[in-house]
Design a protein around this ligand. Sequence first.
Ligand SMILES: Cc1cc2nc3c(=O)[nH]c(=O)nc-3n(C[C@H](O)[C@H](O)[C@H](O)COP(=O)(O)OP(=O)(O)OC[C@H]3O[C@@H](n4cnc5c(N)ncnc54)[C@H](O)[C@@H]3O)c2cc1C
Ligand code: SF4
Length: 564
Amino acid sequence: MTVFRQAKVYDVCIVGSGAGGGMAAYALTKAGAEVVVLEAGEPWDNAKDSAMLTWPYESPRRGKSTTERPFGEFDACIGGWEIPGEPYTRAPGTEFAWWRARMVGGRTNHWGRISLRFGPYDFKRKRRDGLGDDWPISYDDVAPYYDKIDRLIGIFGSNENLPNEPNGVFQPPPRPRCHELLVKQAADRLHVTCIPARLSILTQPLNGRAACHYCGQCNRGCRVNANFTATNVLIAPALATGKLTLLTNAMAREVLVDASGRATGVAYVDKTTGTDRRVRAKVVVLAASALETARLLLNSTSSPFPNGLANSSGTVGKYITDTTGTDVGGFIPKMIDHVPHNHDGVGGMHLYMPWWLDNAKLDFPRGYHIEVWGGTQVPSYGFLGGIHRYPSGGGYGKQLKDDYRRYYGATIGFSGRGEMIPNDDSYCEIDPHTVDRWGIPVLRFHWKWTDHEYKQVKHMQETFRALIAEMGGQVFSPMPTAEQGYGIAAGGVIIHELGGARMGDDPKTSVTNRWCQAHDCKNLFVADGGPFVSQADKNPTWTILALSMRTSDYITDQMRKGAL
Ligand SMILES: Cc1cc2nc3c(=O)[nH]c(=O)nc-3n(C[C@H](O)[C@H](O)[C@H](O)COP(=O)(O)OP(=O)(O)OC[C@H]3O[C@@H](n4cnc5c(N)ncnc54)[C@H](O)[C@@H]3O)c2cc1C
Ligand code: SF4
């Protein structure tokens, strides 16, 4: 096998250009480091490549999903649950799905942009309920970085002074739309806290980027860069420094180490030619997404590290979590035959409900937040999810058209997003029998929810049904039974996988230290969701970004001191 080596030794090699890798590339190049990013996917530029203003009728598919765009034909994110030639496996009895992006910017090209800080309790949950583990760092360690990314990237929201939903540096939130006002009224009556959403979308110009013009198509990519993608907000300015080499279609195979156990670079496959290549660097940062980073570490075997790199504790691939989730939607008669008016808004919710209850009065630990959906959107393939679900809905011709107009915007629904506690039965490992198209061993997943998660999801279902009833609506589906897991989404389906390289002060029980630096290999860092100790009832990306910036500052400091 011919292996091409680059003579150049970069200061830093980053694997992955999504939230974590993009932020590391931004912070390190701005600090003056010579950086190379290996990205398994293709180039992408919102300003040129986004379908933001395409009408569904411009395509014969009307926006229906394709294999590489499972969230719809016009969606910005190339990737999916299954990628040809890149399998993963599940242990018998395991239900788990793994969503992977394959493009510059990773999943940030599509994500919902719900940008929630973890709160003070989230870093120290074990102290409060005895379950899982505490982080070695606290909210105060991360807060300055949350502030910095609020200012750099831009986020709207409102300061509410809630104990575990920290204030931020917010731009003004957009006003609630008609369906959201109805939700707010119902939530107030049921004493469910309901506040402006926190999304990384600009409502005012920031750092040369335009404010949102409320076309509602954020998942297609924003042509004016009013929402956050790692591609255009982090990688583009990093490239502009002249310090970043971005290698696309570069699939990392393993981290290379010398006899002393120091990382020397990364071996990767050039997907365009199928050739094996190597890049050399003084520091390696893994940001390929939490589970892919675990895969890279486990595949990086050598004589100093026979069980995989940074795995002397045996915990690489362990303590993995996903957000718990379930959805309930309903038909809201108050929303039919409405007077046409301006429903414009961002491509996401304007309101949400943070966790509002006291666990001492409940039969499950931890909590969840509620995401709101519904109202009017550009009609596309699958519009209304089946007209037959509405009273008298269906038929042909004029009646059908009238029904579509009548019921347009009359659906409101809720998605619960809650905290899973890491357990011993949920982990990933290398499948000894399966390799991908380049011969790289793949991951095998093991997954189990516990009673904690099932009870939490039951509570979500009951709450959402109560909210829909309070709005005078009718729920589309019956309450799922215990045998149906109360409607809990399978592991991985909420696409918030974390852990597998968790941080801790004790090298016997953790992979990385409080700086996301491998205990076993000082010039190796993890800048994605791998080091997370717990999940929280928050979407994780704002914390991935904050920790990546914090780790990058630490790398810069240590390089300047000659310690790396
Ligand atoms: C539909 C959807 C909605 C979401 N909504 C939200 C939300 O509202 N709020 C929130 O906080 N989070 C949300 N998320 C999750 C969010 O996108 C992720 O948490 C975040 O992108 C993770 O960042 P990352 O850098 O770890 O991984 P990614 O963004 O996935 O980036 C990883 C990059 O690494 C590359 N890569 C992988 N393997 C290799 C390899 N071997 N070699 C080289 N490159 C490699 C990939 O191609 C990819 O570009 C959502 C995700 C999806 C898909
Ligand atoms: S809603 Fe705003 S941020 Fe989203 S794509 Fe449209 S203009 Fe861009």
